[in-house]
Design a protein around this ligand. Structure first.
Ligand SMILES: Cc1cc2nc3c(=O)[nH]c(=O)nc-3n(C[C@H](O)[C@H](O)[C@H](O)COP(=O)(O)O)c2cc1C
Length: 240
């Protein structure tokens, strides 16, 4: 593909076929992403790649956490507190999610994107159950045969997050070029303990998020292409 075609063809894929990703191809994609730039070439990130039985076991463990947490969330307050502490389902990721609404225009964009996705899926705005089910699919990586978990070294502060973001974008573009689909997943940063069970995680590294990778299937959800803001919305006006 022409580079610009790759850029425009990439979109978040939320339904994957069972077709496995060849080990060499996966290795080639990850190796190519290492070409990404990073601050002073520090490359302050690491990744854990879950395929095969590990992928399935991790998906099940994360899904269990999600369902337990979700059940607790709908309990009355005193029970909620007790169950949250005893269930082991409290998020134990390294970065706390933003609770409640996003600030200002970001909440508007978030809501618009969410509504667009539910519309494509035929989910009514107030159908909490179906929305929760869609959320749940995150934890089994939308059926992708490859799940990647990303970590950064916190000593590199904000530069590590920038460097990881660039690495992830390279990975997504290379995968697109090879006919694969991806979805970056902040949801996979919620629970670290299940990942710890399957990988020898370096102590100092912090879990940021994850990514599903595999062959897109023909589910309508994969046609969703949320509109982006215009360049004018992003440009800061110069003073005269
Ligand atoms: C850091 C990051 C985290 C994301 N987390 C999730 C997620 O947890 N679940 C999900 O379905 N999509 C997730 N996405 C995908 C975004 O929703 C998506 O990129 C956005 O809606 C724009 O759509 P596009 O990727 O198709 O251009 C994430 C994207 C990024 C970059």
């Amino acid at each position: 593909m022409e580079f610009t075609d790759v850029l425009f063809n990439r979109r978040s894929i939320r339904s994957f076929s069972d077709k496995p990703v060849d080990e060499k191809l996966l290795n080639d994609i990850l190796t190519a992403a290492i070409e990404s730039p990073s601050s002073s070439n520090t490359q302050p990130y690491k990744m854990a790649v879950a395929t095969g039985a590990t992928n399935k076991a991790l998906g099940k463990a994360l899904l269990d956490k999600y369902y337990t947490a979700n059940k607790i969330n709908s309990m009355p307050l005193p029970m909620k507190v007790v169950s949250a502490v005893t269930s082991g389902a409290l998020p134990d990721g390294d970065f706390k999610p933003i609770l409640g609404k996003y600030p200002g225009e970001f909440q508007e964009r978030r809501v618009k994107t969410g509504h667009g996705l539910y519309e494509v899926l035929g989910i009514e705005r107030h159908d909490r159950e179906s929305r929760d089910e869609q959320m749940a699919r995150n934890f089994t990586f939308f059926n992708a045969p490859v799940a990647i978990f990303f970590f950064i070294h916190p000593g590199m502060t904000h530069t590590a997050l920038i460097d990881l973001g660039i690495f992830m974008q390279s990975l997504m573009l290379i995968a697109t070029d090879k006919g694969l689909g991806t979805c970056a997943q902040g949801a996979l940063g919620m629970w670290k303990s299940p990942i710890k069970k399957h990988f020898s995680l370096p102590k100092e590294y912090k879990l940021v998020c994850g990514m599903a990778l595999g062959y897109p299937d023909d589910h309508k959800v994969n046609d969703y292409r949320p509109p982006k803001v215009s360049l004018d919305d992003l440009l800061i006006t110069a003073k005269n």
